[in-house]
Write a protein that binds this ligand. Structure first.
Ligand SMILES: [Zn+2]
Length: 471
């Protein structure tokens, strides 16, 4: 039997933009060639029928594994022998960039206050209760965007979501129970006494008892985002503490002393799942809720590797029998910022930088996906990818600089970067079964031998397109 799941289905909408059943890439090529469909969107690939309004659809299920840094999304079709995965994506969020950006802004503002230049009054009411943190809100909103998009492009009638409730206290102490949850590890003990007892009144770094005053030291320095959590604190003598400064324990030659596992991701995932579920329940969809253990069991029993989209496929009861092709390329969607909303650009010292931003050059914006055919010069060849804008009119695609006259827009910036890959995002997860051969990669990108992009590009087209493959 012909294996139909090796390539993801192409999403289809009708002439009046209602979702139709996704079709195979071969069928999409036929429809496009015969003029019965036209390309609605290239990234991800969606076609619109040109002559059909009413089409028959089957029910599809959207399955999600939400996370604070990455969310897995798949579309499955139910058949007699179980659910078949027909489309998949890993959506990478901007949580860390947002966190870093806010941290940098805070440093600039604190610095400004201290210098007494461009005085800036303290904003006391910055923390508003009940609101999500900016990084989490971004992850949630971007997941929501994709729920809405996929509902627009495919006949989704049900949704499965993994809602994990990670027990943060049990993560630290597996034996915790009853009222210990309220008490915490420091009940009735002073922090300093607890640490002194734990380290036997010795410096954690030099093990000397009498080299000066014993102090509390942060394993991961506060200057690098370390927190005051108990498992990030040790006892150190004054000379060791001074010499450590803002270095990590690895840098000072004590790699065995490491801060305990951060609970940031677990907390973020906990909050996000609940908020996402709340929003999904307002939709006119059948909602299936799965838990983390169930997903893990389902994936293990079926022998699938760990990946976000595979986790999403294994969510809930409907994840017990899932058919998926491990080599199926899935969309790797990376969130990018759409605008720079900073009023003043600042230099390394927090002073305003004079030269302003350029938002548009010759009709192009940063993040537009273009195909550039460069005929001369160092970077001659075909380049495909997101551009970084330069006022000079020479845009950056990866490491190549291409003139604006050679560029043609494939898709306008919509805040995401796209790549259709069968490679896991984290190569360490499972690098064995993956093909990195250039020929295979070219095939995945729907490009022919000599016409492949010359640079490392962030995107690919699933169906050969006259503009790019020249066919
Ligand atoms: Zn010491």
């Amino acid at each position: 039997m012909k294996d139909r799941t090796k390539f993801p289905r192409v999403l289809v909408v009708t002439q009046d933009r209602r979702p139709a059943m996704p079709c195979s890439p071969a069928r999409a090529r036929q429809l496009l060639a015969s003029g019965q469909a036209r390309i609605l969107r290239r990234l991800p690939f969606v076609i619109a029928l040109t002559n059909r309004v009413d089409v028959e659809t089957q029910a599809l299920r959207l399955k999600m594994d939400p996370g604070a840094s990455e969310t897995g999304l798949v579309l499955t079709a139910a058949k007699n022998d179980g659910e078949h995965v027909i489309w998949g994506a890993n959506l990478r969020h901007r949580s860390n960039q947002i966190r870093r950006g806010l941290y940098k802004r805070r440093l600039c503002r604190n610095n400004r206050r201290r210098r007494k230049t461009r005085f800036r009054p303290q904003r006391c009411l910055r923390q508003r209760k009940g609101k999500l943190s900016p990084s989490l809100r971004s992850a949630l909103d971007r997941t929501w965007t994709w729920v809405q998009r996929l509902r627009r492009w495919s006949p989704v009638t049900g949704v499965s979501v993994e809602v994990v409730r990670i027990d943060l206290q049990r993560m630290q102490d597996p034996d915790v129970q009853g009222c210990d949850y309220q008490r915490g590890p420091l009940v009735g003990v002073r922090l300093r006494d607890h640490l002194l007892h734990k380290h036997d009144r010795q410096c954690a770094y030099c093990s000397e008892k009498r080299r000066g005053r014993l102090e509390i030291d942060h394993i991961s320095p506060v200057a690098r985002g370390g927190t005051d959590r108990l498992n990030n604190l040790v006892i150190a003598c004054e000379p060791c503490n001074r010499s450590k400064g803002a270095k990590s324990t690895t840098e000072i030659g004590h790699p065995h002393i490491q801060a305990g596992k951060s609970l940031r991701h677990a907390t973020a995932t906990n909050i996000m799942c609940v908020h996402l579920l709340r929003r999904l329940e307002c939709l006119d969809l059948e909602v299936e809720v799965g838990n983390g253990a169930e997903t893990h069991t389902n994936r293990g029993l079926q022998g699938y590797r760990k990946d976000h989209w595979i986790d999403a496929a294994c969510v809930g009861r409907s994840g017990r029998k899932v058919w998926l092709e491990l080599r199926m390329p899935v969309w790797h969607i990376t969130s990018f910022r759409r605008h720079l909303r900073r009023v003043h650009l600042s230099d390394a010292y927090g002073f305003p930088r004079q030269n302003g931003r350029v938002s548009q050059v010759h009709g192009f914006r940063t993040g537009d996906v273009v195909v550039a055919v460069v005929r001369r010069g160092k970077h001659r060849g075909i380049h495909l990818g997101r551009i970084a804008l330069r006022a000079s009119g020479w845009f950056q695609i990866g490491s190549a600089a291409v003139p604006w006259k050679c560029c043609r827009v494939v898709q306008r910036n919509d805040g995401y970067g796209y790549a259709l890959q069968n490679l896991p995002y984290h190569p360490k997860v499972d690098a064995r079964n993956q093909s990195t051969r250039p020929s295979h990669q070219r095939k995945l990108m729907g490009l022919r031998g000599a016409e492949r992009p010359q640079t490392h590009s962030e995107m690919a087209l699933p169906v050969s397109d006259p503009a790019i493959s020249g066919s």
